[in-house]
Design a protein around this ligand. Structure first.
Ligand code: ATP
Ligand code: MG
Length: 393
């Protein structure tokens, strides 16, 4: 198992945590490395260029989005964000697929209904939300390219499916070498999955598409998206489908990064096992009805509360253990905010539950408040876009 100190980053690791220099040079050793003030200023400038957010289908602006791209490749969703006339313009799809045998009649049906798919010799791969519709029709589960935050070891076609979904969301760079910043998970505190492998293979296909890819830690993306008014000092926590990602940032420098492989999928599966229902049914109840601010009224909501409590406790206890194990954390004299993002942070009362558990844990830094990101499902992509715009200058 890793030592708690392995999650604390030194300044020499800056180039690989905040995003690597696309030239491949080790910017941490170059004399032109930006100071903390310059980093904060550049990120704020990029952030100020984005005055609001718009989603596909919810936008009448005729101009096309252009320039650098922020990309969130998550266990549940893939989200791409670009600047469209000073708005964050985001498009997303489910990170899932469903296969049907490659027969002629099927191709006609797929083409008529405008379903997203690609084919190989033997099968059609129906991808994204379309895969969910098909799985519902056949009353089975979709297959998923990622598990617990990383490319799934169970799916050898996973990367190809992700490539197809990404290509359907963004048209490719306007000019070769356009900067694209993609999110990567932090190293799991206890658990499995190699960030190095995941990051390398994703980077490889993005290069093939003609981009100059750089990476950003998912928790750091949350900080860049939400903490501009705090000089990017605070704790960003993205609570997603496969994992929760944490980053303590000091003046836009990611001092601590780690993940725990417990999030929405874990809740669905554990609650399902506890009450004897399929995880897919629990997921639907959780997304539509869960209110963590109310006392649970039935077996399912009782179990949902229990596993939310478990995840929040694990997050805070791990953060405490990592923080007390090191003397490398800058002395922060004032209290700092925590911001929560990701789909799992969305139920009513989640922020309040988090704030109340925080009172039971003795963190070595004061916390001023717990906030919820403005647009939790698009936060990582927005933070990645700010990073990409900062790098592009
Ligand atoms: N309104 C909601 N209430 C509760 N949970 C929700 C809600 N909306 C989405 N979720 C849950 O959020 C999770 C997906 O969140 P998100 O899209 O942020 O994850 P991801 O970025 O794809 O995954 P990860 O970051 O873990 O790789 C799923 O478990 C989903 O059930
Ligand atoms: Mg995520």
């Amino acid at each position: 198992m890793n030592d708690a100190n392995d999650y604390v980053n030194t300044h020499d690791q800056l180039s690989t945590l905040g995003g690597v220099n696309p030239s491949g040079k080790d910017s941490s050793r170059s004399s032109s490395r930006p100071s903390a003030e310059q980093r904060v200023e550049r990120a704020s400038e990029a952030s100020k260029k984005l005055v609001g957010t718009k989603e596909k289908g919810n936008d009448s602006e005729p101009r096309k989005p252009k320039g650098p791209v922020g990309l969130d490749i998550g266990t549940s969703h893939i989200v791409a964000a670009q600047n469209k006339h000073n708005y964050v313009y985001s498009v997303k799809d489910l990170n899932a697929f469903f296969t049907v045998p490659n027969a002629k009649f099927a191709k006609n049906i797929l083409s008529q209904k405008e379903i997203k798919y690609y084919e190989n010799e033997h099968e059609f791969f129906i991808i994204g939300d379309s895969a969910q519709s098909f799985a519902n029709m056949f009353n089975v589960n979709t297959r998923r390219p990622m598990e617990d935050g990383f490319l799934s070891p169970k799916e050898d076609v996973g990367l190809k499916v992700i490539e197809a979904i990404v290509s359907s969301l963004i048209p490719g760079p306007e000019k070769p070498g356009e900067i694209l910043c993609f999110s990567v998970p932090g190293t799991p505190f206890e658990g499995t999955g190699s960030v190095v492998y995941h990051e390398s293979v994703v980077k490889g296909f993005l290069e093939k598409l003609g981009y100059a890819p750089i990476s950003i830690n998912e928790g750091m993306a949350t900080v860049l998206s939400e903490l501009s008014e705090d000089d990017y000092t605070g704790i960003g926590i993205s609570m997603g489908g496969g994992m929760c990602n944490v980053c303590l940032s000091y003046l836009s420098f990611p001092v601590i990064t780690f993940s725990i492989q417990m999030a929405g999928d874990y809740i669905d599966s554990m609650v399902g096992k506890a009450v004897g229902e399929p995880a897919s049914r629990i997921k639907a109840i959780k997304e539509e009805e869960l209110d963590l601010s109310k006392e649970p009224a039935d077996r399912v909501s009782t179990a949902l509360h229990i596993f939310y409590d478990e995840i929040i406790f694990k997050l805070l206890e791990t953060l405490r253990r990592v923080m007390i194990s090191t003397d490398k954390i800058p002395k922060i004299s004032t209290s700092i905010p925590i911001v929560l993002s990701g789909g799992t942070a969305m139920p009513r009362g989640c922020k309040e539950k988090f704030a109340s558990k925080l009172k039971e844990i003795n963190l070595p830094v004061g916390i001023s408040e717990v906030r919820l990101a403005g647009d939790p499902l698009n936060t990582t992509a927005k933070g990645a876009l700010i990073m990409a715009m900062t790098e592009a200058g």
